[in-house]
Design a binder for this molecule. Structure first.
Ligand code: 16G
Length: 242
């Protein structure tokens, strides 16, 4: 598997071969990997080289380490297409996972400028401020804070937001979300976020902001979310302009 005559670094060859074993299912999520020493002995390479290979796969989210226990295969990242607007609930159900939410905050507040502006409402107009941890099969995936005009989306309750905001809007209020603009930025988890997401403080996350619009162009929600970068990747299909 490792060819020392190739002009390809040995650590890279080892990382590639482990990654292949993960991709073809030979190494399954949760499986424990041989130690650096074992890799070193098996391939007659230095422990440093073995460590470099494992580090690369840890940094890319294929493996994770548990202090004192060793290195394990991580769950596969979810690939989220950036086309089509889905709710978290729909998205998880489509993957055969059980969506759930842990409500951290639910309040009507007077909209400060930075919230009123994207929602195109008057400053201090009432908005729901809702913060939820979003889970898939009980594993935290993201923390999401929604700002929604209380004059537009009437009657939101804690019970509703524990289920699905989009389902309530569409099925109960006949408010259909048609468009959205979204930004995605890389960042690191703050201590409190890390605790909620069950990751290390400083672990990579993606910060996403979305403004979603109704058919008539009215902004329906302004959402700030923090997604675990070890569990998510975004996918977009592109076409070169003619
Ligand atoms: C998704 C949306 C979020 C929306 C939520 C509704 C992204 C980045 N965000 O998480 O804007 O508020 O779904 O989910 O996709 P719900 O209907 O399950 O409450």
């Amino acid at each position: 598997m490792i060819n020392k005559n190739l002009p390809i670094p040995i650590y890279y060859q080892l990382a590639e071969s482990i990654q292949k074993q993960i991709d073809n299912g030979e190494l399954k999520p949760g499986a424990s990997l041989p130690s650096e020493r074992e890799y070193a002995e098996k391939y007659n390479i230095s422990r440093m080289t073995a460590r470099q290979a494992l580090n690369q796969l840890v940094n890319n989210g294929y493996l994770y380490r548990v202090q004192g226990k060793g290195t394990f295969v991580a769950e596969k990242k979810m690939e989220k297409p950036l086309i089509g607007i889905t709710s978290f609930t729909e998205d998880m159900m489509a993957r055969g996972l059980k969506p759930s939410s842990e409500l951290l905050h639910f309040e009507i507040i007077p909209a400060p400028t930075q919230i009123a502006k994207p929602l195109q409402i008057n400053e201090y107009a009432p908005v729901y401020e809702i913060t939820r941890i979003r889970l898939a099969d009980a594993v935290p995936m993201a923390i999401e804070t929604n700002y929604i005009s209380a004059n537009l989306v009437k009657g939101l309750t804690e019970k509703i937001v524990n289920h699905s905001i989009y389902a309530y809007m569409e099925e109960q209020l006949e408010l259909t979300i048609e468009q959205a603009t979204q930004t995605i930025e890389s960042s690191i988890a703050e201590p409190v976020e890390a605790e909620h997401l069950q990751i290390h403080s400083g672990a990579p996350v993606m910060r996403i902001e979305r403004i979603a619009f109704l058919q008539d162009g009215t902004p329906a929600e302004y959402v700030k979310s923090t997604y675990r970068a070890d569990r998510y990747k975004f996918m977009v299909h592109m076409q070169r302009n003619q």
